[in-house]
Design a protein around this ligand. Sequence first.
Ligand code: ADP
Ligand code: AMP
Length: 217
Amino acid sequence: MRLVFLGPPGAGKGTQAKALCEGWRIPHIATGDMLRSAKVSGKLPPSLAQQMNAGGLVPDSVVIDLIRDRIAEPDAARGFLFDGFPRTVPQAEALDDLLQTAGFALDAAVAIEVPEHLLIERATLRRIDKKTGQIYHLKYKPAPPGADLECRPDDAEEVVRQRLKTYVAMTSELLPYYQKRGILKRVSGEGGVDEVTARIRAVLGSRSKEDGKELAG
Ligand code: ADP
Ligand code: AMP
């Protein structure tokens, strides 16, 4: 199973990816998480950290290099789910080239669609457990007592609004890109987490069965 999850910030990509990848036994590869770790460990140039904090994208070459290295790791050999990558057509083209060289192709690009007012509410009230990386929400998914929560700096409302603009400007052209290739699956991200998970499984059909056997090939 080789998948990408598309959708604006706050759509629920990370939440769904975590829920599904465990059963599928494939890695959940989120470029946002990789960039945030690089920022914390001081490996990300400060100018790029600033771009992230302001709601812009980092240059294509930076994320393409991260992905090239990541898909060469052994756990990605039987599949992967990309969350937040690709975000531009040049990134999508680079991914196609990388996969073609390795003799693979994407099975599906799943676009999770959510109205703007819900995106703002989901992103601004998102909280992350510092230790486990688990994603919580102050209203929809409260954390258990004792969780050590943090709020992403780019989840401040004005930055979320900028990220939504960036999404429309840079990323929405990806939908026609994958539509033309016949692998775009659109899913409503409204409703509860389990409801959305069921919709994603439904659009992926038999390939989404959890036993992993039919995913091995
Ligand atoms: P993305 O990875 O697309 O930016 P996340 O998966 O981090 O989005 O979800 C954003 C916020 O919305 C999180 O706080 C998450 O707990 C919450 N959330 C995700 N899916 C749902 C849902 N179906 N209903 C309500 N809240 C949700
Ligand atoms: P995310 O966690 O996916 O919301 O990403 C957080 C931030 O990381 C984005 O707002 C961008 O600044 C940066 N980022 C993540 N993925 C990419 C990507 N594929 N291309 C460019 N920038 C990215």
